[in-house]
Each structure stands twice: as structure tokens, then as C-alpha cells.
Design a protein around this ligand. Structure first.
Ligand SMILES: Cc1cc2nc3c(=O)[nH]c(=O)nc-3n(C[C@H](O)[C@H](O)[C@H](O)COP(=O)(O)O)c2cc1C
Length: 318
């Protein structure tokens, strides 16, 4: 997710679940090819398994970027066919590609020929005035002819003219039924559902008939929701990590990164939701927000924020 799932965010989420697959922000092919790669696609080995999401529509450029992703050690490379922003449309990639399944198939074919890591697609169920089911089925069938097998479907349309990117994440109704129908009609494909899923119980419901669940906003805004993922879905034996343990696991990383010159805020901004719904959540957020940007701020700011949470939790329990 753009501006959200950068490397610090992914490292943090990895302290909560060892096994869930993490995705980068969308990075355009132009940026990967011409930009500062270390800044754009660099990641910590602890983040595995991690997928690089690309934005683009030129098969050659996408193949080159897929090769780069593989050589950097990514576990998967994903093509974004779901982002509705104007900036993305003018570059002819993102959700507008739902109208060009043949072009997407050429892109995916070129990427698949270039690498041996999985090449996956994240799409919508349709755009604008497309009829949803024929659009989704036609899109997936065409792209699957390249041999692609893993499709992540954000189960709502994107309306490219008239709705903002934010509105496009909430307003067009969710059609989980169409994603389920896709799996029923194409059981040979791996179908992952996305959109509006906020709890592991809901995820489990989907997993009864689908192959995977992608959490977007819930995983960011309430990251501790991921704490029981390993035990519930990956056969892990360990009990869910506590919020305090997550903070403890982050401290050495924060120490290392801030010593390297990374501003504390670049890390802690992703941690603000850790105590979501718990006593002390507000103090946690406030202390981090008010102090993490100060010059020289380091792990002690996070330790103090945790102490404030503990104090309030103790008071609430008394
Ligand atoms: C801030 C933000 C940035 C996003 N950036 C991307 C992106 O780069 N690539 C992408 O495929 N989806 C992106 N999305 C969409 C989410 O991946 C997801 O499809 C959408 O939010 C619906 O799922 P959810 O209800 O679980 O959040 C973004 C969403 C948000 C809120």
C-alpha cells in the first residue's frame, strides 16, 4: 500500500506474524529501472516472505523489473491492475488495465518468461460500466492462458471517473460472491480475496472456499490483528505474540536504523495502531506523534510510550 507498506512497516508487521506474505508499495517500472533501487526496493532479509508489487504496462519493462525483483531476493512479483488513481491511469497502468486483458496477458507472459519466482496479479472485479462477472472471468481467463495461476482480487469495481482513490476503496459494493464464483469455475487457480476483511474469523470464513485472504487497511490500522495468523493458518505452535513483545522486538531494529540516520518517525508512524482498542492506545499514539520527530529521537521514546501504556493498562485493570 502506497505510503504505508514501506520497509519499516513490513519489518514491524513481520514481528507480529512470521508467515503472512507481505507486499511492498506499488513501484512503477520506470522507478525500478531508473530510480534509487536501494531506497525503492531494498528490504531487510527478516521481511521474507515478501512480494514486490509493480505498476506498469510495458511487457519488456515489466520483464526487466521482474528480473530485478528476483535478483534482489523477492519471493514473488505482482502486477497492480487495481489502482484507480489519475496519475496511474495517465501512465496506462493500474485498474484501467482491466479493460485490456490481452495487454495484461502479454505483460504477465513476459514476466513469467523472465523469472522463476511466482508472478501474480492483483485486480478488481471490473471497472466503470463493465458488467462485473464477464469482466472478471474474461480478464482472469485471458491472463491465465499465460500460465499465471495466482490471482488476488479486490472484490469491488473501480470507478475511474468520478470517484477518488479513497472512495474507490469503500463506495463500489463488495461482491465476494463473484470471487467465490471465480474459484468455483476455475478451481485450478489460486484465488485470493481482498476488500473489507478486518478479522481473522472473517478470513477463516473465506478460506473455507478460497485459497487466500489479503488484508489491507485492517493489517495496517490494527496490526495486532495479525498476531494469531501463524497459529490459525500456518500451523504455528507458538502463542500469539503480545503487543509488548512486538515493541521489544522492534527496539534493536529502531536502535540500528536510527543510528544509521533513519528518523525515528519513519518507523514509529507505522506502529501507531499497535494498541488499537486497548487501554493506553491514545497515550501511545500521542507520545510517539509528539516526540518521534525530534532530532536525536531513538528507542527511548518508544520505551517511554510503552511505559505510559502499561501505566494506563494497570490503572484500567485496578
Ligand atoms: C493508503 C493505501 C494505499 C494503497 N496502495 C495500494 C497499492 O500500492 N497497491 C495495491 O494493490 N493496492 C493498494 N491499496 C489498496 C489495498 O491494497 C486494498 O486493495 C484495499 O484497501 C481494499 O482492501 P482492505 O479493505 O483490506 O483495505 C492501497 C490502500 C490504501 C488504504
Amino acid at each position: 500500500m502506497m505510503e504505508w507498506t514501506d520497509r519499516h512497516c513490513r519489518f514491524f508487521l513481520r514481528q507480529i506474524s512470521r508467515h503472512c506474505l507481505l507486499y511492498t508499495e506499488m513501484v512503477t517500472t520506470g522507478a525500478v529501472i531508473h530510480g534509487d533501487r536501494d531506497r525503492l526496493i531494498g528490504f531487510d532479509p527478516a521481511e521474507h516472505p515478501v512480494a514486490l508489487q509493480l505498476g506498469g504496462s510495458d511487457p519488456k519493462a515489466l520483464a526487466a523489473c521482474a528480473r530485478i525483483a528476483e535478483s534482489w531476493g523477492y519471493d514473488e512479483v505482482n502486477l497492480n491492475v487495481g489502482c484507480p488513481s489519475d496519475r496511474v491511469q495517465s501512465g496506462r497502468f493500474g485498474a484501467c488495465l482491466m479493460a485490456e486483458p490481452d495487454l495484461v496477458a502479454r505483460c504477465i507472459g513476459a514476466m513469467r518468461d523472465a523469472v522463476s519466482i511466482p508472478v501474480t496479479v492483483k485486480s478488481r472485479i471490473g471497472i466503470d460500466d463493465q458488467e462485473e462477472w464477464p469482466a472478471l472471468k474474461g480478464f482472469v481467463d485471458t491472463v491465465a492462458e499465460t500460465g499465471a495461476t495466482r490471482f488476488i482480487v479486490h472484490a469491488r469495481k473501480a470507478i475511474l471517473s468520478g470517484l477518488s482513490p479513497k472512495e474507490n476503496r469503500d463506495i463500489p459494493p463488495l461482491r465476494y460472491d463473484l470471487v467465490r464464483r471465480l474459484k468455483a469455475e476455475r478451481p485450478d487457480l489460486t484465488v485470493v480475496i481482498n476488500g473489507g476483511i478486518t478479522t481473522l474469523d472473517a478470513a477463516e470464513g473465506h478460506l473455507a472456499v478460497l485459497d487466500g485472504v489479503m488484508l489491507g487497511r485492517a493489517g495496517y490500522q490494527n496490526p495486532h490483528v495479525l498476531a494469531d495468523v501463524d497459529r490459525r493458518f500456518f500451523g504455528g505452535a507458538a502463542p500469539p505474540v503480545t503487543r509488548d513483545q512486538v515493541v521489544a522486538r522492534m527496539l534493536p531494529y529502531i536502535e540500528r536504523e536510527t543510528v544509521r540516520g533513519v528518523p525515528l518517525k519513519a518507523i514509529t508512524r507505522h506502529m501507531l495502531g499497535l494498541f488499537q482498542g486497548m487501554p493506553g492506545a491514545k497515550s501511545w499514539r500521542r507520545h510517539l506523534s509528539e516526540n518521534a520527530h525530534r532530532p536525536g529521537a531513538g528507542p527511548e521514546v518508544v520505551e517511554t510510550a510503552l511505559a505510559l501504556v502499561r501505566r494506563q493498562a494497570t490503572a484500567a485493570a485496578a
